[in-house]
Design a protein around this ligand. Sequence first.
Ligand SMILES: NC(=O)c1ccc[n+]([C@@H]2O[C@H](COP(=O)([O-])OP(=O)(O)OC[C@H]3O[C@@H](n4cnc5c(N)ncnc54)[C@H](OP(=O)(O)O)[C@@H]3O)[C@@H](O)[C@H]2O)c1
Length: 332
Amino acid sequence: MTSSLSSTRLLLPFLRPSKWAVPVRCFKTAPATSFVSQDSENRRSAAMPRVLITGGTDGIGREAALKLAAENHEITISGRDSKKAKDVIELCQSKFNNTPRFIQTDLSLENEVIKFANQVADEQYDICILNAGVMNPKPGRTSENREATLMTNLISSYMIAHKILDKRNDEKRPLHFVFSTSILVKFHNATPLGLRFFNPQKVSDWQKSLVPSDVSGAGKYAISKIGLATLSSSISLANLPNVTSTSVHPGTVYTNIMSNLPSRQQFYIKLARPFITSLPDAGANLVLAAKNPLPAGMFYQTNKATKLPDFVYSESSIAAFEEVFEQFKIQN
Ligand SMILES: NC(=O)c1ccc[n+]([C@@H]2O[C@H](COP(=O)([O-])OP(=O)(O)OC[C@H]3O[C@@H](n4cnc5c(N)ncnc54)[C@H](OP(=O)(O)O)[C@@H]3O)[C@@H](O)[C@H]2O)c1
């Protein structure tokens, strides 16, 4: 798997070649999931990139979906909540005469992820925004006894992205991934404690992160976002033909993802609303990353401090990550 195109992540840079991990196929596949809503009459022009947005039912993903629908893209959103999806679909229909499709799926559950990944891989999207996420989920372990944050935010994205790459049927057609990460990736090595707590260059640290416990807190959230940035680097630096990948911190916005934070933290974040990113701007940042893959090493906002911790794109981090995560590639 070689090619000429590479790209970026986290509004951020990195540029070293890395090896594409050899698949270890351990999951069995299952039939496709059902649609809650479908409108074949309203398919968009074939020339417009077709966009998948996981977590498109709420918050930042919802905002991005509305913006892309306004631009006449054919979009598919996913989430667990069909009521939220109905609201997005009706809004897109009434405002933009555009009917998004909705795939109902719970990305914390392996079987649902496998069904979803197979379905969206068959559908050959041009842009895949893997944005669904949780913070401090309760309980901290899923009903399948997996670490809840890691499964929902990172493992599911890894499974979906790799299945999409596996089933890609036209290497000449551009395929672009966007991963919603977090500014926490940048903060992680701001003090020596960060790397002592979790060192992405260590296989054992990635393995430990997957061990479920009753509490899935801020540390797991940060690791899941470091993992998404690393996944994006791994895809980008693999230089697959016409495949690009960008990870993006969309901005800090008070959304439902914060509903499990301690109430005092929620209070301060709400208080800071006028000074932090607005929801429409965060949605616009996701759309920017979706529509403008950057050459490796470039930033959208060149006036901002841009240095990323090396570990996000170092060969050793990517190698450690792939060694642990390749077990999650879905078997045919
Ligand atoms: N808000 C911030 O300040 C911030 C900052 C940096 C990065 N981010 C990242 O941006 C992304 C979106 O966050 P947000 O703030 O927009 O949160 P949000 O408003 O809570 O939206 C989260 C989305 O993810 C979906 N989701 C959650 N758990 C799911 C599951 N188990 N299965 C399937 N879908 C699931 C939700 O859909 P349903 O409710 O329909 O299941 C919803 O559409 C996340 O990855 C987050 O980490 C957010």
